[in-house]
Design a protein around this ligand. Structure first.
Ligand code: MTE
Length: 302
């Protein structure tokens, strides 16, 4: 399947360091011209901003409350999760509802690399090289009906393998939702890998959502159900605290969380004294997604 999305990454961003160095060396040599014609436009856009976090950072500092509320709990406790066999129930307003095995979900789809900024509502951020497929390609398999307006997602609940669900910190299953146009946007992916390896359990194996212009909690992990609905679906963090967490949760430096500012963020891995960086509108994806919210008051629909 052809790529529908061309993002503005540089070769350095999408290429392992060794290959990048080879390419640069190539460009100074006889093959330079040939390499230049491929890498030229991409290199011209290089601003050095999207430096991916390390595997270690991405997989050891995160939130997955089904395995505990500490940042290192997911890495410690998620190893026991059985992710094969896995299936996703797709139901609601679709032509072909049913239980789709992981293989059926992925059949015929190209797994692409997408290097995305990831911005948690807690004001830390990372840059993550995901491998995944566009959500719209999965939804197309089920055949979305014209009356559908929203997509609801649910995470697995398996107490025997998820020590965190014994506590009522959230109303399980973890639930998230998108408006249909957000779900169909080519930036919205279902990730199955990181750095070309299978996605580790603590990051949402075997398949999780990634919506890069929204706060990280929208990117629901280890999904077992996708439901197409006419009405806006309930979402876990909104159910837990509607004043602090809205349905949209678009990254927005101008709308603060009631208890802290969202104007800046700390990129994980920069060290304790690293300079905070400005939060970007829609997490830097404004050109691509701002039109989805034309005419909406984003202070009201936060
Ligand atoms: N999905 C489930 N099922 N449970 C969770 O606790 N945490 C969310 C989101 N998805 C969470 C979840 C939050 S708050 C964040 S910041 C991201 O996952 C973390 O994703 P990462 O591990 O890839 O950094």
């Amino acid at each position: 399947m052809a790529k529908r999305w061309n993002n503005t990454l540089t070769w350095k961003d999408v290429t392992p360091e060794a290959a990048y160095m080879n390419r640069r060396q190539l460009m100074t040599g006889a093959a330079g011209l040939a390499a230049m014609s491929i890498a030229g436009p991409a290199l011209a856009q290089s601003n050095g901003e999207l430096e991916p976090n390390t595997w270690e950072e991405i997989t050891t500092y995160n939130n997955f409350y089904e395995f505990g509320t500490g940042k290192d709990d997911p890495a410690r406790n998620a190893g026991q999760l059985t992710t094969d066999p896995w299936s996703i129930k797709i139901d609601g307003l679709v032509d072909r509802p049913g239980d789709y095995s992981f293989a059926q979900i992925m059949e015929g789809l190209d797994v692409e690399e997408r290097i995305y900024r990831f911005r948690c509502v807690e004001a830390w951020s990372m840059v993550i090289p995901w491998n995944g497929v566009e959500l719209q390609d999965i939804l197309d398999k089920a055949g979305v009906q014209s009356s559908a307006k929203y997509v609801a997602f649910e995470t697995l609940v398996r107490p025997s393998e998820m020590p965190g669900v014994a506590r009522n910190v959230l109303d399980w299953p973890y639930r998230e939702g998108l408006r249909l146009d957000e779900a169909m946007h080519p930036l919205t992916i279902m990730a199955t890998g990181i750095y070309g390896r299978d996605i580790p359990n603590q990051n949402g194996a075997p398949i999780r959502l990634v919506v890069p212009w929204k706060y990280g909690f929208k990117s629901i992990k280890s999904i077992v159900r996708i439901t197409l609905t006419e009405d806006e679906p309930p979402t876990s963090w909104n159910m837990a605290n509607a004043r602090e967490y809205g349905f949209y949760s678009n990254v927005n430096p101008n709308v603060n969380h009631p208890r802290w500012s969202q104007a800046t963020e700390r990129k994980i891995g920069g060290g304790l004294f690293a300079k905070r960086q400005d939060t970007l509108m829609f997490n830097g994806y404004e050109t691509e997604v701002a039109s989805l919210y034309d005419g909406m008051d984003l202070t009201k629909f936060y």
